[in-house]
Design a binder for this molecule. Structure first.
Ligand SMILES: N[C@@H](CCC(=O)N[C@@H](CS)C(=O)NCC(=O)O)C(=O)O
Length: 302
């Protein structure tokens, strides 16, 4: 039992204590003036390698892999933990202050696109790839794409939040969202028992949207301990599909773009050129003067 008494009107008067509580606000709009950087390519992506961010960088790398040189892009990191999504330039591109956000500068007027599902659709239509044109196959692909957009907040904002980030382990929401997360895994598992890819025999933007979330949990990458907790090994067809997509060269590249944590060889903070994957991952970039000072302090301490 909790001693919480429901007030008549909710007010924002105390931090919730959970991880990321410092960036949560009940109001929209910018908190500070900051222009966004613009690189040399037609596409400017402002993102981070979260599952929602990975969707877009994987699609860009898949388009480049297919030979679409016009899909070259600059990818700039937006450090959401530091509130960079509330800078004025970012809010102009995405009034919802969430990564990923894209600007297409190929035409006479820049086009802004926000919401990862809308970005996948925009790019798939622009390049005529990963979205079938035949009526039934297209409807199936769009259905699964929209399924992901509607379903993942229960996996991430619901299950992931209460399993990994909330200040305490609360039984009620963990039960509620584990139930829903497992149901969603079962939806996917039943589909993938009959189908090579989520929307049919061909790899599509539906797989690109769904894999970073559900593949990420099944492969043990999202929310430490979640694969065991949700017993995702039971979903054998999801696991088969997740492992298969994980092997794609474009996926291996796309998922490390704008990645700021983990193994330095798997972090590419900014992406401006195909060669960056070889030359500019964090294990190869020389330490900044500030980082060198910090390393020296640590060495002294030892
Ligand atoms: N529905 C959005 C969700 C995007 C989203 O939730 N992005 C998160 C990171 S995965 C974010 O930017 N969070 C920052 C914040 O909430 O302030 C999409 O699919 O693009």
């Amino acid at each position: 039992m909790t001693d919480y008494v429901l007030p008549k009107v909710w007010t924002w008067d105390q931090p919730s204590g959970g991880q990321f509580a410092n960036i949560n606000r009940p109001i929209a709009g910018p908190t500070h003036e900051k222009e966004l950087p613009v690189g040399k390519h037609p596409f400017q992506l402002y993102s981070l390698a979260t599952p929602n961010g990975q969707k877009v960088t994987i699609l860009f790398e898949e388009l480049l892999e297919k030979g679409h040189r016009d899909a070259e892009y600059d990818a700039w990191p937006i450090r959401i933990g530091e509130g960079e999504q509330f800078g004025s330039g970012f809010v102009e591109v995405n009034p919802n202050s969430k990564i990923p956000a894209l600007v297409d500068r190929a035409g006479p007027e820049p086009v802004r696109i926000f919401e990862s599902g809308a970005i996948l659709l925009y790019l798939a239509e622009k390049f005529g790839e990963f979205l079938p044109t035949a009526k039934i196959a297209r409807a199936e692909t769009l259905s699964w794409l929209m399924w992901q957009v509607g379903a993942a907040p229960f996996l991430g904002g619901g299950f992931g939040h209460f399993f990994a980030y909330a200040p305490e382990k609360f039984e009620y929401p963990i039960n509620r969202y584990s139930m829903e997360a497992k149901r969603q895994f079962d939806v996917l598992n039943r589909r993938l028992a009959d189908s090579q890819y989520v929307a049919g025999p061909d790899y599509s933007i539906a797989d690109i949207a769904i894999w970073p979330w559900y593949g990420g949990v099944a492969l043990g990458r999202n929310y430490t301990g979640a694969a065991e907790f949700l017993a995702t090994d039971e979903y054998e067809h999801v696991l088969r599909w997740a492992k298969q997509i994980d092997q794609r060269p474009a996926v291996k590249r796309g998922r490390i773009v704008n990645k700021m944590t983990g193994d330095p060889s798997q972090q590419l903070h900014e992406r401006h050129d195909a060669s960056d994957f070889e030359l500019r991952t964090e294990d190869k970039v020389p330490l900044s003067a500030e980082a060198e000072d910090l390393a020296a302090v640590r060495d002294d301490a030892i």
